[in-house]
Design a protein around this ligand. Structure first.
Ligand SMILES: [Ca+2]
Ligand SMILES: [Ca+2]
Length: 235
């Protein structure tokens, strides 16, 4: 009698565990995989990622405060209103260093996202900015950019602003990890992060503007600044 009871209990237990697992599975896979349903009127950004140049968690970054932990898995899809596209592609760029050490500013919007030599622009040391002219005011839902991803690096004073004024006298800051205001754009609270082939994706929540400005102030390996590509998704 006792034996049968135990067996029955074990069976019920197994069924319960199985039921729980099955009910959890769809939620778990939906969170991180493409193919999950977009909300009405929205679509996943059709991001094209470059070849990764390193894998795993980088160990060579030390002493960087407020450094974001890598996700450890591919980034989930980003949903934006249908019709959104990369408005920055082929657009004109100006900046604080118009004669880069390596490459040309126009390479930042040429659609090449690869990490190899010849695909990145090297700007001078310390605080530098680049400004992209989208040629008209747009609703901007996301930005994706790569400073460098040939090796794991952290860039400092990453500040991203959107404005309708080419002088940026009035602007909206959508990212700022300059915690000590050394770039003099205000103290930021956003995280430091490690550059990877996935790039940095910002949710810009439909901010309106014509010009996009990105600051940086060197990186953990040198005082120099780099860009591979900047994409601005809007309509
Ligand atoms: Ca490029
Ligand atoms: Ca700083």
């Amino acid at each position: 009698m006792v034996k049968t009871d135990l067996k029955l209990k074990a069976q019920v237990c197994c069924a319960l565990v199985l039921f729980l697992l099955l009910s959890l599975l769809p939620a778990a896979s939906a969170a991180g995989k493409p193919g999950i349903k977009a909300p009405a009127g929205m679509t996943a950004l059709p991001l094209k990622l470059p070849k990764p140049m390193f894998v795993g968690t980088p160990q060579n970054i030390k002493g960087v405060k407020q450094l974001e932990k890598p996700l450890g898995k591919p980034r989930p899809p980003f949903f934006a209103p249908k019709g959104v596209k990369n408005l920055a592609l082929g657009k004109k760029i100006s900046g604080s260093d118009e004669e880069p050490i390596m490459g040309e500013l126009k390479m930042i919007t040429d659609g090449d996202r690869e990490a190899a030599d010849g695909s990145y622009v090297e700007l001078g040391p310390f605080t530098q900015q680049i400004t992209i002219d989208l040629e008209a005011e747009h609703d901007i839902y996301a930005m994706l950019f790569w400073h460098y991803h040939k090796q794991a690096r952290v860039y400092f004073d990453v500040i991203v602003q959107v404005s309708n004024d080419p002088e940026f006298k009035k602007s909206t800051t959508v990212y700022n990890n300059d915690h000590d205001n050394s770039a003099e754009q205000g103290v930021g609270k956003d995280n430091h992060y490690v550059e990877t082939s996935e790039g940095r994706l910002l949710d810009t929540k439909g901010v309106r503007g014509r010009y996009v400005r990105l600051y940086s102030g060197g990186n953990n390996a040198s005082d120099l600044n780099h860009y591979i590509e900047v994409e601005v998704y809007g309509k």
